[in-house]
Write a new protein. Structure first.
Length: 340
């Protein structure tokens, strides 16, 4: 009665919270604005993201997760506490039982850090699930059946590639190259070609507006504003979709290599299933125009984008909480902590 089941997608770029019976109740950027004089959090989530690159010297906007792992323990605790408080708003004296997601390539130390952060945020029980498994469950793939399903989850800090069968991961790759790497590539390209310095938010906006991974029909241009590195003055330049595509070639090739390596390590019987079932894309990176066509060209396998790619991991974590018996095998390593 006084315990709520919650699934959390603790992402490098965004954190989503799923509550049993309600679905996704919170979507916030994983950002904390910190007052450097008092070392205290000033604001969290959307409010903090709005001040990135626009703060005075006494306030710094920090992303406490880097490349899928915790970079600042205390700020991550503060951020999680605030998000859980918002999710449980209206439920007095209620404790949370949480399933939280981690990248498949994390070390035991990094995994324990996620558990400790979540417990420090005042959570009653913590269960951990790997992100590609949660994404596959959230995308509706038959993860518990003896057939091969392939999921590619491209988030903010990491890209997770996995082949799943019988409730377990058969082969997987986790590369620290995803949405943030695409933004950094755009920033470097504009800096080298135009001697123009642009910020993270501008680079992300360019990626979302005209970015693509494969030549398409609607090639567009966009005017971007930044600071000229030669004279130090503000300046406008116009960039095209083709230029942004060229800028992202290197990080995209790393994601493609991870997919090919995972396929090479997949048993032949499951490879046959993947040829029939195709590859499913999830995460924010799945929304990059033409990415499905690029992967299809490089692998020769049909590629499908999940219906709600941004929500897959959080939905999967929530479904695991709602059907703990069905998905028990995905959590077995962690349940021992609570079965003493």
């Amino acid at each position: 009665m006084f315990t709520k089941d919650i699934g959390i997608d603790l992402g490098t770029a965004n954190t989503l919270v799923y509550m049993r019976g309600k679905g996704i109740v919170l979507r916030e950027p994983s950002v904390v604005a910190v007052n450097t004089r008092t070392e205290r959090a000033r604001c969290v989530g959307k409010d903090a993201k709005q001040v990135i690159g626009r703060t005075p010297g006494s306030i710094v906007a920090v992303r406490p997760l880097k490349e899928g792992v915790i970079a600042d323990f205390d700020l991550t605790v503060t951020m999680l506490q605030e998000f859980i408080r918002k999710a449980l708003k209206g439920y007095i004296f209620t404790k949370a039982r949480v399933t939280i997601c981690i990248p498949s390539g994390v070390t035991p130390v990094e995994r324990n850090a996620v558990r400790e952060v979540t417990e420090s945020a005042g959570v009653h029980q913590v269960f951990i699930i790997e992100e590609p498994m949660a994404a596959a469950i959230g995308a509706g793939l038959p993860t518990t059946e003896p057939t091969g399903s392939m999921i590619v989850d491209i988030g903010g800090g990491t890209s997770e590639v996995a082949v799943i069968s019988m409730g377990g991961i058969v082969s997987s790759r986790s590369v620290k190259c995803a949405g943030d790497a695409f933004d950094a590539a755009i920033m470097n390209y504009v800096k080298k070609k135009y001697n123009l310095l642009i910020g993270e938010r501008t680079a992300e906006n360019v990626k979302l507006t005209i970015g693509s991974a494969f030549p398409g029909e609607n090639e567009d241009t966009m005017e971007i504003k930044g600071r000229n590195l030669l004279n130090g003055l503000p300046e406008n330049v116009t960039v095209s979709s083709a230029e942004i595509r060229d800028a992202m070639v290197e990080p995209l090739s790393r994601v493609i290599d991870a997919i090919k390596t995972t396929l090479e390590e997949t048993p032949p019987e499951l490879s046959a299933d993947i040829i029939d079932q195709g590859i499913t894309l999830a995460g924010g990176g799945a929304l990059l125009r033409g990415l499905d066509k690029l992967i299809n060209r490089e692998t020769g396998i049909p590629v499908y984008i999940a219906e709600y790619p941004l929500d897959c991991v959080a939905e999967g974590a929530g479904k695991v909480m709602e059907n703990m018996d069905k998905y028990r095998d995905t959590l077995v390593e962690y349940l021992k902590y609570y079965e003493k």
